[in-house]
Design a binder for this molecule. Structure first.
Ligand code: ATP
Ligand code: MG
Length: 247
């Protein structure tokens, strides 16, 4: 059975039809890349699936159950985690406190870094930081992290929930090419071992082809192609609209 099914999703912003009748599925353990030009509707699709935005029509089905319109927190409890195109961490807290807060949030607890909760979940948070290679930086403030390290922290926070589906909107945006491959290698390693499904957006086609089992191509809100990387790469319409000189 598919872990995720998006069915006939629709979203309009005023006169902009951002997502037009989009349907696709993601199987358990599958890594799927959602690609397309700027403004194609990729982030909007992530927001519809992650609960940040409610679709005007259509449904989101997780594990056979409709979760359409559920809030991000409710989806998080059902195993949907995400990272954002713009990194979302608490700059005023330390690295380890951010992960502790993510764990507390998963458990429905509140977390106040200055309060008695400071020690709560610290071991679990340190173990997650070790998995993403950030344990040596656990006491630094997030604002002091190098950009690539803040992306790894966001990944650790997403994994705090032991997710079944990880949504990553441009996880490597703004990174140097070498760093991009390192981050996606890490994502693949950490998710493949637990059979976590990954839906990600990425503009770097080398990374897409190296890390996706399957591609979905959006253009002006519509899904214009999907399938194995090799067949999507050879699709004339995809070539014309998006890939240009990449294939
Ligand atoms: N909150 C919003 N209010 C108004 N218009 C929006 C909003 N969010 C997205 N849009 C519009 O919807 C369309 C799709 O935007 P979206 O951010 O989903 O594209 P994208 O594929 O993620 O693009 P990019 O590659 O630049 O990140 C665009 O025309 C955008 O301007
Ligand atoms: Mg986007």
């Amino acid at each position: 059975m598919n872990l995720l099914e998006a069915r006939d999703l629709e979203k309009r912003y005023g006169g902009v039809h951002a997502v037009v009748g989009v349907s696709f599925s993601v199987a358990a353990g599958e890594r799927v890349a959602l690609i397309g030009p700027n403004g194609a509707g990729k982030s909007t699709c992530f927001n519809l699936i992650g609960g940040q935005v409610r679709p005007d029509a259509g449904s989101v089905v997780l594990d056979g159950k409709a979760v359409t319109g559920m809030k991000p927190r409710a989806l998080f409890r059902r195993g949907v985690a995400r990272t954002f195109q713009i990194t979302a961490t608490f700059a005023s807290m330390s690295v380890v406190e951010n992960v502790q807060a993510a764990i507390a949030s998963h458990l429905g607890e509140s977390f106040r870094p200055a309060g008695s909760a400071t020690l709560a979940h610290r071991d679990a948070a340190m173990a997650l930081l070790a998995r993403v290679g950030l344990d040596a930086q656990s006491d630094r403030h997030c604002a002091q992290l190098a950009y690539g390290d803040s992306k790894r922290l966001e990944l650790a926070m997403a994994l705090a929930n032991a997710p079944r589906l990880l949504l990553m909107d441009e996880p490597t945006a703004g990174m140097a090419p070498g760093e991009r491959h390192a981050l996606m290698d890490l994502v693949t390693r950490l998710t493949a071992s637990d059979g976590v499904s990954v839906l990600f957006t990425e503009h770097d086609m080398d990374i897409v082809f190296a890390h996706a089992d399957r591609l979905l191509v959006l253009d002006r809100g519509r899904l214009i192609a999907q399938g194995a990387p090799s067949s999507v790469r050879a699709d004339p319409e995809v070539q014309r609209i998006y890939l240009g000189g990449h294939a």
